[in-house]
Each structure stands twice: as structure tokens, then as C-alpha cells.
Design a protein around this ligand. Structure first.
Ligand code: SF4
Length: 398
């Protein structure tokens, strides 16, 4: 066990509430044409190191009394491309976290990565620093499709990185895949899926590409590329759900599949409305019944943290969650999960009768085969997951 972690079999820790930590790393080697996450190409050589110093400053400024009753059981380095952090920088951040928070002995530490940025040496050192879950962005195993997305890696780079990660001791790996890519066909998507499952990863995340305004792809003349039709995209998703289930993957969330017991602990916190603290520019938190986020501006964030500005001045949002908000969020997030909503648990949490309030609105969807009721649980079917947004909008008065 790494020296930073505590043995959480100690009784006292059992009483602590679990907490997740998200660290946003806003740099990429090159911006992908479809991406609307907050990330930039570093504008100066020392910008990453400056950001690391700010992140560590952000951690050390957290009031210890606010977090002493919590046990951190997940840390997630997301971005951006956090695999651009050197292992030494990663280690410093994890040490800083271990000095501020109590980390559980089995704390899940995930690193999102781009295969073109990984080396055998960096993988071994990340592992040594405590990273025990790796998420690698493949998106597609088709070179032409990767070019359409302007990804910086090839399928070959991915394959190499995946094997090197296994050799470095990563036994919990997620692969990101995408459907709905320009030029993609049903068959080419299925070939990418076969390529990914052929590697026997513990987890797969499969997302549909959304063309967002404000991205280079969004600004492109639509006559210059061909997207799969909506009907083909639906077939891709349903075939993916079907084949992954047959291979023993648990379809536990709309876009996420895992081997038994390998669900992403960190992301599950979001869907279960559990607390997490986000650190870094544009990072979101849900803690002590408040949702807040830091400004999406690297320069403002770094200058503010490094000059000791109160954190409240670096917030982009800060809102206390009312009981109504909590109920709406719970419904929206829980229905993303295959487990769905248990009416008994709902009654315990909110003191309200889910069936009396929502069953009349769900009835037409049950009839259409988009929602099902099993015992005391309401959940979306795979067809329902395809149209989850419209069902949720209908269910909850916005
Ligand atoms: S690597 Fe990921 S975060 Fe970076 S630009 Fe591409 S999609 Fe966006």
C-alpha cells in the first residue's frame, strides 16, 4: 500500500462519509475539432508547472475542519489531457491531497489519458504515484474517423499504450469510444467496438458525438462531411448495448459498461448525488448542499490562487441546493443508471410518494417500452436511454 493511504478497515473511518475529489487539468497538446471542454494548448513552457502550483495551493487552502469528517475514496484527474502532467507533478498533487484529506486504503485514483502522451516509463511512474485506474481515449479504431475528429493518435498508438499500461500493472482500464463520427458507418463502428473489447478492458464508455456550436466542427460547412443518420446511430447504440451485455459487461449507466465490480466509483458519485470537491479552473463541486464551480479561465484562476485571493472571488457559480432542486437532480441523475429509482428509497430520502407524483407521467413511456417497472424500481430501457433527455424533460417541470 502506498504510504499516503490509510487502512480504512479502522473502525473510526467507517463512520466517515465518502468523498470524491475531481482535479481539472485544462491543457491539451492540440485541440480536437469537436471538443467543447475547457482546455487549451499551453501558451508558454512553464504554464503547466504554474497550474500545478496553483492546484496544490487550491488544495492547501481548503479548511481542514470542513473535510475532517470525510474519507476520500476516489480521485479523478480529468481534462483536458492530464496525462501531460509529468509523474513528478502528479506525485506532488497526490501528496498534497494526502496531507489535506484522509484517503481510503482502496482509494480509486483515475487518470484520463490520450494514448499519444503515454510512455512505458510515465505509466510505471504514475502507477507508483498511486494512480490505479487509467482511462484511455480511443474514440475509434478507424484512422480516417480519427482524422475527422483531429485526434493526435492513431489506432496503433492506442494499442501500444494499452499493452504498455497492462505491463505497468494497470488492471483497471477504461476505453472511451464514440459513435456518430463523420464518415462512420454501422460496420466501422462495430469494428471499433470489436477492437476495443478484444483487449478485454474492465470498463468502456461509449458516447454519441454531439456537434457543438463554437467548435471548429460546429463551424464547418455541413456539406463537407457526412454524418451517420439518426436511425444508424440508434442501431449503433443498441447493438453496442446488446453485444457488451453478451460479453458480460454490466450496462450500469446510459453510456457506461463495466465488468462486475468495476463500475467507475468516481463518476458513480455524480449519478448517486454523493458529495465531491472539484479543484482547478472550471471544476464543479457538490459539497455541504452547495453546488459551485471555479472560473473557466486559467490565467484568472492561477493568478487568483497564487496571490491568495479568497476562493469566493474565483467562483463562477455558487448555489445552495433547495429540497426541490435535490429531488429534481436525484430523478434526472438516477434515471441515467440502469438501477433507476426505487420508490421506497425515494420515500425515505424525500418523504414523498414517487408513484403518486410521477407514475401518471411515466405511464405512456412504459406503454411505449421506453421505461419499465420492476418490483419497486422504475428504470429506462435501452430504447428509453436513447431518448432520455426528452423523457426527463417531460418528467420534471422545468
Ligand atoms: S484531447 Fe480531449 S479534452 Fe483535449 S481537445 Fe481532444 S477531446 Fe478535448
Amino acid at each position: 500500500m502506498n504510504k499516503f493511504f490509510v487502512d480504512d478497515t479502522v473502525n473510526e473511518d467507517c463512520k466517515r462519509q465518502a468523498l470524491g475529489i475531481y482535479l481539472h487539468f485544462p491543457f491539451c497538446r492540440r485541440k480536437c475539432d469537436y471538443c467543447d471542454f475547457y482546455s487549451v494548448v499551453p501558451s508558454k513552457p512553464w504554464q503547466i508547472e504554474e497550474y500545478v502550483r496553483a492546484l496544490i495551493g487550491n488544495v492547501s487552502e481548503i479548511c481542514s475542519a470542513d473535510v475532517e469528517d470525510y474519507l476520500v475514496d476516489s480521485i479523478f484527474f480529468g481534462g483536458g489531457t492530464p496525462s501531460l502532467l509529468s509523474p513528478g507533478q502528479m506525485n506532488r498533487i497526490i501528496v498534497a491531497l494526502s496531507q489535506k484529506f484522509r484517503l481510503s486504503g482502496d482509494c480509486e485514483i483515475t487518470l484520463e489519458s490520450n494514448p499519444a502522451t503515454l510512455t512505458p516509463d510515465s505509466l510505471c511512474q504514475y502507477r507508483r504515484a498511486g494512480v490505479n485506474r487509467l482511462s484511455i481515449g480511443l474514440q475509434s479504431a478507424n484512422e480516417g474517423e480519427l482524422c475527422e475528429l483531429s485526434r493526435i493518435h492513431t489506432p496503433k498508438d492506442f494499442l501500444l499504450a494499452f499493452h504498455q499500461a497492462r505491463e505497468a500493472g494497470f488492471d483497471n482500464i477504461n476505453i472511451d469510444l464514440m459513435y456518430g463520427i463523420p464518415g462512420q458507418t454501422f460496420d466501422s463502428f462495430m469494428r471499433s467496438l470489436d477492437f476495443a473489447v478484444g483487449l478485454n478492458p474492465e470498463h468502456l464508455s461509449v458516447y454519441g458525438l454531439r456537434i457543438e456550436a463554437g467548435t471548429p466542427l460546429g463551424a464547418r460547412d455541413p456539406s463537407t462531411y457526412v454524418l451517420p443518420s439518426e436511425e444508424v446511430e440508434c442501431r449503433m447504440y443498441l447493438a453496442c448495448v446488446d453485444s457488451l451485455k453478451k460479453l458480460g459487461y454490466n450496462h450500469y449507466e446510459i453510456s457506461n459498461f463495466s465488468k462486475p465490480g468495476r463500475e467507475c466509483r468516481h463518476n458513480s458519485k455524480y449519478w448517486n448525488c454523493e458529495p465531491y470537491i472539484g479543484l482547478g479552473t472550471s471544476a464543479h463541486s457538490y459539497f455541504n448542499n452547495v453546488r459551485y464551480s471555479y472560473v473557466s479561465d486559467i490565467e484568472v484562476y492561477c493568478a487568483g490562487i497564487l496571490s491568495g485571493l479568497p476562493h469566493s472571488e474565483l467562483m463562477a457559480e455558487y448555489s445552495e441546493i433547495t429540497p426541490d432542486d435535490r429531488e429534481r437532480e436525484y430523478i434526472m441523475l438516477r434515471l441515467r443508471l440502469s438501477e433507476g429509482i426505487c420508490v421506497r428509497r425515494f420515500a425515505k430520502l424525500f418523504g414523498r410518494d414517487f408513484e403518486r407524483i410521477y407514475a401518471p407521467r411515466l405511464a405512456p413511456y412504459i406503454k411505449e417500452g421506453l421505461v419499465y417497472l420492476s418490483g419497486s424500481r422504475y428504470a429506462l430501457t435501452p430504447d428509453g436511454m436513447l431518448v432520455s433527455n426528452s423523457i426527463l424533460c417531460d418528467l420534471i417541470d422545468f
